[in-house]
Design a protein around this ligand. Structure first.
Ligand code: CP3
Length: 328
């Protein structure tokens, strides 16, 4: 392929009327845990726009359900996890699932996607980064602002460390199992990493990320690349480059040229989702061309700087995908 491959973070979801229609009939968790529904939702954006990657429909918080945590997505409220894990005793009591014996639903969805798609698109699996998942566990899903995250870090560091230690092996195995089931590439979403200073990120987030990425590489003979995404990461480029991820997914605040000076890893990104949502198709085409020129044709995956915003017009998503696929 002499143009970059393209997919979009959160490409399956609420901006699509066909997703909205399914969600009227089924809860979010039901959509994730019913392989036929998860497969259908994963394929909805691909049928419309023909992206080069299809990400399995699930959520970074779903693996917690196998730890005895109840998870739901309530309209307009975001995620809810119950009970929140707010003490070290509660953290110690958490059951650690063996990914090999759990998550049947996501494995079946991946297998079926792989069979359906063949060579037509790459199947993408994913998990949350340990720091981000630990914060959601602590907050019971209700994570709204940076201040609360920072306060939790400064007041509850031993608990957060204990949670990270507990979930890191599970997340590693979960990704490996996804690859065994059919994922050809996996992305780790360390979405709340940007709240940390560079020193905090190096101290708290990098060691478990390294553990996961090393484990995935050794368990799969490096067959499947790992992509690492961290939102608000302009100040973390040096630290992200030390995780060993094959691809760094860059948010829209950082220029791809600048990111290149920090790492030999391949890059992914980084059109501003606000532009995709609010810009005209012409403005999107122009910005996408500029982005592709900056990304280059090797070692680069076209994507957004963060997930698709709910109100994004479908025409704009089409303009983005078409522009990348016509890029020479
Ligand atoms: O299309 C895809 O990318 C695959 C599916 C996917 C979802 N969530 C589905 C979803 C992926 C990869 C995620 C990742 C995820 N989930 C992240 C990391 C990415 C990021 O945005 O930083 C995070 C932080 C979560 C946790 C989460 N799940 C939140 C904060 C919310 C509510 C707010 C929101 O933006 O929607 C969810 C719900 C969720 N996950 C929806 C979807 C389609 C909306 C569900 C609905 O209302 O029907």
């Amino acid at each position: 392929m002499d143009r970059p491959p393209v997919w979009l973070m959160r490409q399956a979801g609420r901006y699509l009327p066909e997703y909205q229609a399914l969600r009227k009939e089924h809860s979010f968790v039901e959509c994730c845990t019913t392989p036929a529904l998860a497969q259908e939702i994963s394929l909805q954006p691909w049928r419309r726009f023909g992206m080069d990657g299809v990400v399995v429909f699930c959520d970074i918080l779903m693996p917690l359900t196998a730890m005895g945590i109840e998870f739901s997505i309530d309209d307009g409220e975001g995620p809810s996890l119950s009970p929140a894990v707010t003490t070290r005793e509660a953290a110690a009591r958490l059951r650690v699932p063996t990914a090999k014996h759990e998550y049947h639903y996501v494995k079946v969805a991946l297998q079926e996607l792989r069979t359906t798609l063949g060579e037509q698109a790459a199947v993408i699996g994913f998990a949350g980064g340990p720091w981000t998942v630990a914060m959601y566990l602590f907050a019971g899903g209700r994570l709204h602002d940076r201040t609360a995250v920072k306060r939790a870090l400064l007041q509850h560091r031993p608990l957060l460390d204990a949670l990270i230690e507990k979930i890191t092996p599970m997340l590693s195995e979960y990704l490996v199992e996804q690859m065994r089931a059919g994922a050809q590439v996996v992305q780790i979403f360390e979405s709340w990493g940007g709240v940390l200073t560079a020193a905090e990120f190096a101290d708290i987030a990098v060691p478990p990320l390294r553990t996961i990425i090393d484990h995935v590489h050794s368990a799969t003979d490096r067959r499947a690349p790992t992509i690492l995404y961290c939102n608000g990461s302009a100040h973390l480029m040096t630290e992200l480059a030390t995780t060993g991820a094959d691809v760094l997914s860059i948010d829209h605040e950082t220029d791809l040229h600048v990111a290149r000076t920090h790492t030999d890893a391949a890059l992914q990104g980084n059109l501003d989702p606000a532009l995709l949502c609010n810009g005209t198709p012409d403005a999107i085409r122009t910005a996408t061309m500029r982005m592709c020129k900056s990304g280059g044709t090797t070692g680069y995956i076209a994507n957004l700087g963060h997930g698709v915003i709910k109100e994004t017009p479908m025409e704009n998503v089409g303009a983005f995908v078409e522009t990348v696929q016509a890029f020479t």
